[in-house]
Design a protein around this ligand. Structure first.
Ligand SMILES: Cc1cc2nc3c(=O)[nH]c(=O)nc-3n(C[C@H](O)[C@H](O)[C@H](O)COP(=O)(O)OP(=O)(O)OC[C@H]3O[C@@H](n4cnc5c(N)ncnc54)[C@H](O)[C@@H]3O)c2cc1C
Length: 351
């Protein structure tokens, strides 16, 4: 049985930053994630995309943000159970919780912080009969590493931001990019739509609308797709890769059965106080929660994690008063023995 102070479900940016904030309060954390690596959506969905709204980073790749968060939390020695999904939770007589994964690993903690984001990542797949056969043989539902597509022929389908963004990005990497959408109008950001139009005019993106991919062709590997334009007969287009980007269907997964108050696939929390759920001792932070005015942004997850740790401290240390100290004043004592000194106060009289 793994024991810790705060058990974090989800090692996305919110979960990782929780380790740091908890560490400042001398609380230890252990993280469970269904994915084999930390970073949540940042690592799984868009590691090579730049993020522009992380305070003090004018621009940072999502993958690099994950690396920085891991580096920042390392001094507080978090434990990880990766590649395992948290399945069940049981309240113990002493008030603590035992969380068991799909592989049977058990974790015990007085506080559980659910930072499960969108839940398990389940891409919406197009209804094509043999699509599963071509998965990892030319068909992918997300772009993990754009380099995989260097000098390849790529077909993207979809009409939202992901489809537009990746069509733009890959037009510089792939030998050919074709974007197929069932409508003439796109749902993405206006400047992305304009950029696709510009790349189309330059011959760097082929746009086929209103149309749908209606068949996949290839003996052992994807070699071509069949495209049907509204009111026309199907045509065959040779391609190495087909990337349908129809979004992710948010599925809370097993957490939905834990007796928590759920609204529109998200966990309701008390945002006026500490992001606690309807079950005392279980908190929900980051994309997984909902409250009036909720914004699913990384920096909001950081803020929620910070306040949640203060409440966790009170549960773990009942009656003990915590006085907020600036790290510039207190320095940081890492659990690994490291010490980051705050500058010494200088006593100097002014005449
Ligand atoms: C293409 C794209 C671009 C984006 N751009 C920006 C941007 O520019 N700025 C910005 O602020 N935000 C952006 N976002 C949103 C941002 O990525 C999310 O707000 C952020 O990732 C939320 O972090 P999180 O840690 O709460 O959840 P997530 O990153 O979703 O991580 C949750 C983790 O929990 C795990 N998990 C879920 N259920 C379980 C379970 N039962 N057991 C074990 N593990 C579980 C998942 O595997 C996942 O790793 C973007 C999102 C996308 C898709």
């Amino acid at each position: 049985m793994i024991t810790t102070d705060i058990l974090i479900i989800g090692a996305g940016p919110t979960g990782l930053f929780t380790v740091f904030e908890a560490g400042l309060l001398k609380l230890k954390c252990h993280l469970i994630d269904a994915l084999p690596q930390a970073g949540g959506q940042c690592s799984e969905l868009y590691p090579k995309k730049p993020i522009y709204d992380i305070p003090a980073y004018p621009e940072i790749l999502a993958g690099d943000l994950t690396e920085k968060l891991l580096e920042q939390s390392k001094q507080f020695e978090p434990g990880f159970t990766l590649g395992e999904r948290a399945e069940t939770i049981e309240k113990q007589a002493d008030g603590s919780f035992v969380v068991t994964t799909n592989k049977g690993t058990q974790h015990k903690a007085p506080v559980v912080a659910i930072a499960g984001g969108l839940g398990s990542f389940e891409p919406r797949k197009p209804l094509l009969e043999n699509i599963e056969f071509y998965e990892d043989k030319g068909v992918a539902y997300m772009v993990k590493d754009p380099e995989v597509y260097r000098n390849k022929k790529v077909v993207i389908s979809g009409g939202g931001d992901s489809a537009l963004d990746w069509a733009i990005f890959l037009s510089d990497v792939a030998s050919e990019v074709t974007l197929i959408h069932r409508r003439n109008e796109f749902r993405g950001a206006l400047d992305s739509v304009d950029k696709v139009q510009e790349l189309k005019n330059k011959g760097l993106i082929t746009l086929i609308t209103p149309a749908e991919v209606t068949g996949l062709i290839g003996e052992t590997q994807l070699q071509a797709i069949e495209v049907t334009k509204a009111g026309e007969s199907p045509v065959t287009i040779e391609t190495d890769c087909f990337i349908p980007l129809f979004g992710l269907s948010p599925k809370l997964g097993p957490i939905a059965q834990w007796g928590l108050e759920i609204e529109k696939n998200a966990i309701k929390v008390n945002n006026a106080l500490d992001y606690q759920t309807n079950i005392p001792g279980i908190f929900a932070i980051g994309d997984v929660n909902t409250y009036p005015g909720k914004l699913k942004l990384i920096l909001c997850g950081f803020h929620e994690a910070t306040l949640m740790c203060q409440a966790a401290y009170q549960i773990i240390n009942p009656g003990k008063r915590y006085v907020l100290k600036y790290t510039t004043v207190s320095g940081i004592d890492g659990f690994d023995g490291t010490r980051k000194e705050a500058p010494k106060a200088v006593v100097k009289s002014i005449n």
